[in-house]
Write a protein that binds this ligand. Structure first.
Ligand code: HEC
Length: 122
């Protein structure tokens, strides 16, 4: 409880003490836009295996980017996505949910929404 209070006050104070959110490199934005498209296709049952294979390859590159930033949450998320995408590619449609779980885990931690069309890295 005490820890929770400290964490809460830290997070309330955060905007004043943390550096501003960072502009993502164009390559990162491109990966994310493609992720969204591939994820939509998988959800809609369109080119599922090919989309999952592409997602798996794409998240190898995303992993290399995030490994340098030393975020365990991000690296776990990108590995979970690769593993889940491999299952979807192999025909296990139920693993689709785990892909979304990986996206969400990283977004909760590292995505800063500036507006409906602009996002940054935090
Ligand atoms: C390792 C962290 C991480 C993972 C995993 C991740 N994202 Fe992102 N995503 C971000 C960050 C940071 C941003 C904001 C910066 C940017 O847009 O590049 C973002 C932005 C986005 C955007 C907005 C792009 C734009 O600018 O229009 C979409 C769409 C998106 N992600 C989809 C996904 C999907 C779908 C997945 C899962 C398949 C996913 N992301 C997984 C970190 C991640």
């Amino acid at each position: 409880m005490k820890t929770a209070c400290v964490l809460l006050s830290l997070s309330l104070a955060a905007p004043a003490v943390l550096p501003a959110a960072e502009d993502p490199p164009p390559q990162h934005v491109q990966w994310m836009k493609e992720s969204g498209q591939l994820q939509d296709k998988i959800r809609n049952g369109q080119d599922v295996a090919a989309s999952a294979r592409r997602l798996q390859a794409l998240y190898k590159d995303v992993e290399a980017f995030w490994a340098k930033r030393k975020s365990e949450i991000a690296v776990k998320a990108v590995r979970d996505i690769q593993a889940a995408a491999a299952k979807v590619a192999a025909g296990d449609a139920s693993a689709g949910r785990a892909i979304g779980g990986g996206c969400r885990a990283c977004h909760d931690q590292h995505r800063e929404k500036i507006s409906d069309t602009v996002y940054k890295i935090k």
